[in-house]
Design a protein around this ligand. Structure first.
Ligand SMILES: *Cc1c(COP(=O)(O)O)cnc(C)c1O
Length: 356
């Protein structure tokens, strides 16, 4: 079911879950301490309260051991993260949610095409979410989709989506203009320009609740449909790029690689590594960008430290040292099809100069 954005879809899903829940006191949503800021913003927009669960710095995912120990007494739903296309421990998370009788929203905004045990990320739990925003696996500048199986929740969502306003003409024109600029700039000879674009990174690092909740514009739907036909090809390119980056960064001192969870196949919307020394990490991000490689420090803070989130957290929401560790050490590297062929080699050179 297409929607105007991933966060719009998330808001609709949370509202539908709330409406279906038999217990009105259940107004909390458990989210990873490290994920896109749009996630807690969508929870606020749906009139619900975030409760954090820590992440495992080794795989960046929601930590099932922490989730098991969470206070579920007022929890309505759990949301996964699957950041950079690396799956969370979805089998365990799904089991825990079933035991606790809470909804599970499998957030595959960055993980279209990834799998765990052969099952697509986005298909775990009750509802899955994909985003077509800037920097995601397929991008129409803005857009998203929710996926699910027949049942009461899906029927409620279909009813909601039928009453959504259409995308405005202005919005459609804006999307079209941005798509044309994006397409024009993403040419090999403009490699240097591409990394300088504000939208080659991933996801929001601002906390914004005033987004539109509407139908996906026909232009974006058309582009998404044609890109989705090529998603396997796009993803195998990303996996190849990730494999060269893994090899190139394998034995660099002070660089820690992220380990995908057991039985998973990642898609690598970005290739994340962790640089343990804060000063070297900042220097490395600057040096990589100076070398024309669009490295980012990803989301700058654990959600526990984001002012708009911190003040709205559920009572007793735990501190998240793992999330803080990820926020202060992560560096993400590009895997898109427009990376020059020698990217991995140049990453190695720059990083060995910064970390030695
Ligand atoms: C981008 C993103 C979203 C929100 O999707 P939008 O289409 O940008 O609204 C939600 N969750 C995660 C993990 C994301 O990366």
């Amino acid at each position: 079911m297409p929607v105007s954005s991933g966060r719009a879809g998330m808001t609709l899903v949370l509202r539908a879950m709330r409406a279906l829940s038999s217990d009105p006191r259940r107004n909390e949503v458990i989210i990873p301490g490290y994920t896109c800021y749009s996630v807690p913003a969508a929870i606020e927009r749906a009139g619900l309260t975030p409760r954090l669960c820590d992440v495992d710095p080794l795989n960046l995912g929601l930590d099932p051991d922490h989730l098991r120990r969470a206070n579920f007494s007022r929890v309505l739903a759990v949301i996964t993260a699957n950041l950079y296309g690396l799956p969370n421990e979805l089998t365990s998370i799904e089991d825990i949610c079933r035991e606790q009788r809470v909804f599970l929203l499998d957030d595959a905004a960055q993980a279209l095409g990834a799998t765990v045990n052969g099952r697509p990320v986005g298909s775990f739990g009750d509802i899955g979410l994909y985003s077509f925003d800037k920097g995601k696996i397929v991008s129409t500048i803005q857009g998203g989709a929710i996926v699910g199986r027949d049942g009461p929740l899906w029927s409620a969502l279909q009813a909601e989506s039928a009453s959504l306003p259409p995308a405005s003409a202005w919005h459609t024109a804006g999307v079209l203009a941005k798509l044309m600029i994006y397409a024009a700039l993403l040419r090999p000879r403009l490699y240097g320009v591409v990394h300088a674009l504000p939208f080659t990174g991933l996801g929001q690092t601002i906390y914004e609740t005033q987004y539109s909740i509407a139908q996906l514009s026909p232009v974006a739907l058309g582009v998404a449909t044609s890109l989705l036909r090529r998603v396997d090809q796009l993803n195998s390119g990303r996996r190849r790029q990730a494999a060269s980056l893994r090899k190139a960064t394998a034995d660099l001192p002070g660089v820690v690689q992220v380990e995908p969870v057991a039985d998973s196949v990642a898609v690598f919307a970005r290739f994340p590594v962790r640089l343990l020394d804060p000063a070297r990490r900042s220097a490395a991000i600057v040096a990589l960008n100076r070398a024309g490689i669009g490295a980012t420090g990803s989301y700058p803070l654990s959600l526990a430290d984001v002012p708009e989130v911190r003040t709205r957290l559920a009572v007793g929401s735990p501190d998240c040292p793992g999330a803080r560790e990820v926020a202060s050490t992560i560096v993400t590297l590009p895997t898109h099809a427009y990376c020059p062929p020698d990217t991995a080699e140049r990453v190695r050179k720059v990083l060995s100069q910064c970390t030695a």
